[in-house]
Design a protein around this ligand. Structure first.
Ligand code: NAD
Ligand code: LMR
Length: 208
């Protein structure tokens, strides 16, 4: 019997836990790539918040796609596609915003020194993504969120990008759109690390 529920993986390392879950479902003969998601919404929440602060615009109404994965340099915010657009940001500003978004989770984990991670913002991000999934299931049109899913957007088997959500889960894995030179560079440098995390997950699941 195929699993009908949407499965949202939020536990880390998301770059590996999603491939692990896929392997577990495959072994059970119940894998449906349209129903398995890695929750990367918190990266979007952080990118939006930091961008709004720097561009001096209200965070409500800001959107920033974040692609790649959910750890360090694999997190790639696409500030060139941020809305509303801002031409007040220098190359240095964009580098700093990118690094802050990539390091946001680790910053909190280190500050909590063994007492867990960014639990409240994780809960918020989980609620935002869960709500979007439910809207998609209920047939609300044009529900788009970034998520780490099985993908052909790059050569990597799993990748976070904008995903259109619908009645069966993933309705469309959307492309990356036009990238700035900085983002193209970021994309190339994240691929090795992301592939290695995906492969570790697959190996772990196959050997367990
Ligand atoms: N995707 C995201 O955006 C995001 C954001 C923040 C945190 N996270 C991840 O969410 C997870 C939870 O974070 P947290 O801050 O609540 O961590 P935490 O360390 O406070 O809590 C982890 C809980 O898991 C329990 N646990 C550990 N091993 C277990 C096992 N084998 N079986 C059952 N329970 C077990 C622990 O007792 C603890 O209660 C972590 O993996 C964290 O990295 C993801
Ligand atoms: O748990 C972590 O290591 C960080 C977490 O993924 C986060 O983005 O806050």
């Amino acid at each position: 019997m195929l699993v009908q529920a949407l499965v949202n993986m939020i536990s880390n390392p998301v770059n590996s836990t999603v491939p692990i879950a896929a392997e577990v479902f495959k072994k059970a003969g119940t894998y449906d790539e349209k129903k398995l998601f890695g929750v990367t919404t918190l990266d979007v929440v952080r990118a939006k918040t930091f961008y709004a602060g720097k561009a001096n615009v209200p965070v409500t109404g800001v959107n920033v796609p974040v692609v790649g994965g959910h750890a360090g340099i694999t997190i790639l915010p696409l500030f060139s596609q941020a809305t509303p657009a801002s031409n007040a940001l220098s190359h240095e500003d964009l580098l700093a915003l990118t690094k802050r978004t990539q390091d946001g989770g680790t910053e909190v984990v280190e500050a909590k020194a063994g007492k867990g991670s960014a639990t409240l913002s994780m809960a918020y991000a989980g609620a935002v993504f869960g709500d979007a999934c439910l809207k998609g299931l209920n047939g609300v049109p044009d529900i788009v969120e970034c998520s780490f899913v099985q993908s052909t957007v790059t050569e990597l088997p799993f990748f976070a990008s904008k995903v259109r959500l619908g009645k069966s889960g993933v309705e469309e894995v959307m492309g990356l759109g036009e990238l700035s030179a900085l983002e193209k560079e970021g994309l190339e440098s994240l691929k090795g690390e992301l592939l290695s995390s995906i492969e570790k997950g697959v190996k772990f699941a196959q050997e367990s």
